[in-house]
Design a protein around this ligand. Structure first.
Ligand SMILES: C[S@@+](CC[C@H](N)C(=O)[O-])C[C@H]1O[C@@H](n2cnc3c(N)ncnc32)[C@H](O)[C@@H]1O
Ligand code: SF4
Length: 381
């Protein structure tokens, strides 16, 4: 049975941060007092116990511990968490295990403790190397700490590490943005996530919007930054993701290729294909208080057939690689005929190219991604 199901990943959410950044809409809460290390890990494992029937004989292909700030967890707690996961579900050979870390909470001993626990990839939230910009972003670290965290990650000999960098920051010039990128590249991370800052609803930046670079400057930052990354040997494989050959993030690839994932911890989302081909989504209780009362599951529901095509393409067309046509049929359980009119329109509009085996999104399709995806929404004929 397991061979017909998509690969399975596990996402684990750690919901606390030292303080809330003004641009961030992730499920993260400013820490009041100590992290309840052991208690939270025990709840995470109980939450996992409740989800074990969804594994359906598979091994875990990847694990991602995200937040919030997972590096607030002690290395002992991380060990307990990883031991607990391994006791419950076997890990595939070469399973990628990523943990997000905030440079302000990174200490050398902790890093090697995390590695001993089984973490083999660290994603460091650098955001910028400009002290003034870091203050504007409400970050708790300076440029030197970010550099030190990257050097520590290099020294550990992990299978990979990632730096998160943002551009289009308040009052940022083109040169400042490119300078940040040059400094990140100089640290030689195998993977670089280069996000354009977006203003999200219900954040401090949404209620008091800062002055951001205009669209022309944003375009120049992207074009010149993209060239810097290419010249340094990075390949773009998703809107914001760049990697040296062989270092793409397997966990995110599984999301974007419409694989399955269990989500445990506050607010975590899961997507699971059942034996009969139906797709189920799960959402865990968002607030730590409720979650730590043992009320793990907030809701679960089946994805309606009408919604499957949109969900599939919304994920899949983030990736620049060609999409095998058979994947659509295998992963959604729908016939290609169902989306034929939308596909034909997209091909005619120059958004997509089709071969006997694949669909390839074009440069125009990337630029007009929203129009391309709209065609797969249920209301559309
Ligand atoms: C969940 S955060 C986790 C990392 C860790 N908590 C930290 O901030 O260092 C993942 C990444 O998303 C990016 N991000 C968060 N909010 C964003 C926004 N409004 N616009 C663009 N990128 C954002 C940041 O680069 C951040 O490092
Ligand atoms: S540290 Fe990361 S998760 Fe926490 S508030 Fe800042 S950006 Fe969000």
């Amino acid at each position: 049975m397991a061979k017909d199901l998509p690969p399975l990943s596990l996402y684990i959410h750690i919901p606390w941060c030292v303080q809330k950044c003004p641009y961030c809409d992730f499920n993260s809460h400013a820490l009041k007092g100590e992290v309840p290390h052991q208690e939270y890990v025990e709840h995470l494992l109980k939450d996992l116990d409740d989800s074990l029937h969804l594994v359906q004989g598979r091994k875990l292909s990847t694990i991602f511990i995200g937040g919030g700030t997972p590096s607030l967890l002690s290395s002992q707690a991380m060990q307990q968490l990883m031991d607990g996961v391994r006791e419950r579900i076997p890990l595939s050979t070469g399973c990628e295990v990523t943990m997000e870390a905030n440079p302000g909470t990174v200490e050398a001993e902790r890093f090697s403790g995390y590695q001993q626990a089984g973490i083999n990839r660290i994603s460091i939230g650098v955001q910028s190397f400009d002290a003034e910009k870091l203050t504007r972003l409400g970050r708790i670290h300076g440029p030197q700490e970010a550099e030190r965290a990257a050097q520590l990650a290099t020294g550990l000999g992990l299978r990979s590490f990632n730096l998160d960098l943002m551009h289009g920051l308040p009052d940022q010039s083109i040169e400042q943005a490119l300078d940040d990128l040059r400094q990140a590249i100089a640290l030689n991370p195998p993977h670089l996530s280069w996000y354009q800052l977006t203003i999200e609803p219900n954040t401090l930046f949404a209620s008091r919007p800062p002055k951001l670079p205009d669209d022309d400057d944003l375009w120049d930052i992207f074009e010149q930054g993209d060239q810097l990354l290419r010249d340094a040997g990075y390949e773009q494989y998703e809107t914001s993701a760049y990697a040296k050959p062989g270092y793409r993030c397997e966990h995110n690839l599984n999301y974007w290729r419409f694989g399955d994932y269990l989500g445990i911890g506050c607010g975590a989302h899961g997507k699971i294909t059942l034996a009969d081909g139906k797709i189920m989504r799960t959402v865990k209780t968002r607030h730590p208080k409720g979650f730590m009362r043992g009320e793990y599951l907030d809701r679960q529901f089946m994805v309606a057939d009408e919604d499957k095509a949109f969900e599939f393409f919304m994920n899949r067309f983030r990736l620049l690689e060609p999409c095998p046509r058979q994947d659509f049929v295998d992963l959604t359980g729908l016939a290609e005929q169902r989306v034929r009119p939308a596909l034909d329109n997209a091909i005619q509009a120059g958004y997509l190219q089709e071969t006997a085996e694949h669909w390839q999104i074009t440069a125009k399709g990337k630029l007009f991604l929203n129009s391309l995806l709209e065609a797969f929404l249920p209301e559309t004929e």
